[in-house]
Design a protein around this ligand. Structure first.
Ligand code: NAP
Length: 322
């Protein structure tokens, strides 16, 4: 009976968005998870790589996984910010083994260089967290000619995972966690315009479309790497108070500030997916430690053909085999 009530509350929170995504949802769900927390030391001997680890949810993920015993690799585009994050993590987790790498995940050459360097220095990657995210104020293109949100959220993570495949396979049963957003629920897969060339460009739309792509492509990524024991999870963190939200969504931050989660609770499901045993099956979309629907609106559903077209486009754009 208690279990049924807990599930009913969880579903109601998920459907009503504001309470569910805010810290209210976290704290109402939290009591039913106590027995399910990753146990202390559960990541000892494991290697975790986190992109965008110099801020917000990425830094919180790096800190929490270091606290569980992992060797953590921070992947950042700004080394000065990265060094500040390393100092903060070592302050919070004395003795933490933390490594710092520079990589702009929107730049495919930078991703290739980082992956080659990591392959030369690490023996395994147990967990790869694609957390780096951007909400562009205007349409810009990367050095490779790709729209920047698409490159940051989709192309860079796909290429990085493929290039780190030997290290992920070496770990045995490894996990890839892609940090998406609940904002993707409002958008349909833009299969015919992934680079957002048509229509008036809006950063929030570019952001949500590419977050939709992350969720839609996850099952295909899962299928691609399953034989190597790699599970691919997508998740959304709800709404968390991070430097990115302050800068990119100041109005939202002003109104919702009091009920936003902190970065640690926003990162909770990332850390749980990284460490919980038994490992959850891949290819699903998670929030607050439970799989969630990928659509609430019929108009956002993509066809198999649209998904296949986008998949072909991203494989070509990253020069990966089909
Ligand atoms: N906070 C929320 O409520 C919320 C909600 C839904 C989803 N998310 C997702 O959660 C993730 C983390 O967001 P956050 O709120 O923690 O934002 P944040 O504070 O802005 O952190 C984002 C991090 O990504 C890094 N980054 C951006 N572009 C990059 C690139 N091309 N290469 C390497 N690193 C890059 C940023 O580096 P710089 O510091 O150098 O800019 C920063 O460290 C994002 O994917 C975001 O979409 C957050």
């Amino acid at each position: 009976m208690t279990h049924l009530l807990t599930r009913a509350l969880d579903t109601a929170l998920d459907r009503t968005v504001v309470p569910g995504y805010s810290k209210i949802g976290y704290w109402l769900r939290r009591p039913s998870w106590d027995a399910d927390d990753p146990r202390p030391g559960s990541l000892t001997g494991k290697t975790v790589v986190v992109t965008g680890a110099s801020s917000g949810l990425g830094q919180a993920t790096a800190t929490a996984t270091a606290r569980l015993g992992a060797t953590v690799h921070l992947v950042v585009r700004d080394l000065a910010k990265g060094r500040t994050a390393v100092t903060a993590i070592r302050g919070e987790v004395p003795g933490a083994e933390v490594h710092l790498h520079r990589c702009d995940v929107s730049d495919l050459a930078s991703v290739r260089a980082f992956a080659a360097a990591l392959r030369g220095s690490a023996e395994r990657v147990d967990v790869l967290v694609h957390n780096a995210g951007v909400l562009p104020p205007e349409r810009t293109e990367t050095a490779d000619g790709h729209e920047v949100a698409f490159a940051t959220h989709v192309l860079g993570p796909l290429l990085m995972t493929e290039l780190l495949r030997p290290l992920l396979a070496a770990a045995g049963r490894s996990r890839v966690v892609v940090v998406s957003s609940g904002g993707m629920y409002a958008q349909k897969l833009p299969a015919d315009d992934p680079e957002y060339r048509d229509g008036e460009y809006r950063g929030t739309t570019a952001y949500a479309r590419t977050k939709r792509m992350q969720v839609a492509l996850a099952p295909l990524m899962q299928e691609r790497w399953a034989a190597d024991g790699i599970a691919v999870h997508t998740m959304h963190p709800g709404w968390a108070d991070t430097p990115g939200v302050v800068t990119s969504l100041p109005g939202f931050h002003k109104v919702m500030g009091p009920v936003l989660r902190d970065a640690e609770t926003g990162a909770d499901t990332v850390v749980w997916l990284a460490a919980t045993e038994p490992a959850p099956g891949g290819g699903q979309f998670w929030h607050d430690r439970a799989p969630r629907p990928e659509h609430y609106l019929p108009r956002t559903r993509e066809s198999a053909d649209e998904l296949a077209r986008l998949w072909a486009y991203v494989l070509d754009a990253t020069a990966l085999s089909r």
